[in-house]
Design a protein around this ligand. Structure first.
Ligand SMILES: [Zn+2]
Length: 118
């Protein structure tokens, strides 16, 4: 993997040729989500094969792909995608002190009895 520092711009002219595919999505929704996440952290990325409407006479539909525009974003992009793609992590749980129901640790209020979670 080649890493470029943000200041290194000599390859800008060949930017398009240097784009890298970082993800092949199962669905356009996934692809769009990842694109949004990458954009949120200022990773320049594009969605390829985003048009799945598949009109008559078009090539067989290929999976949507995410390409990043800058080499140096690759590591960050892959990390984000890995997190996204990871199997559902067991999330932290806390049990409600009032009713004993299990709540995700991110909850502030018990989903069951609406007591404040500590
Ligand atoms: Zn409760």
């Amino acid at each position: 993997m080649q890493l470029l520092l943000p200041g290194q711009t000599l390859r800008n002219k060949r930017q398009l040729e240097n784009m890298r595919k970082v993800y092949e999505a199962d669905s356009l929704i996934d692809a769009q989500l990842i694109l949004d996440m990458l954009e949120n952290v200022d990773i320049a990325a594009i969605l390829v094969n985003g048009n799945l409407s598949g009109g008559l006479g078009e090539l067989p539909v290929s999976p949507p792909e995410i390409w990043i525009k800058r080499d140096f974003d690759e590591e960050r992009a892959c990390r984000i995608i890995r997190d996204f793609d990871a199997p559902q992590k067991p999330f932290e749980e806390i049990s409600c002190h009032q009713c004993g129901e299990i709540n995700p640790a991110s909850f502030e209020i018990c989903w069951n009895c609406h007591a404040e979670l500590l």
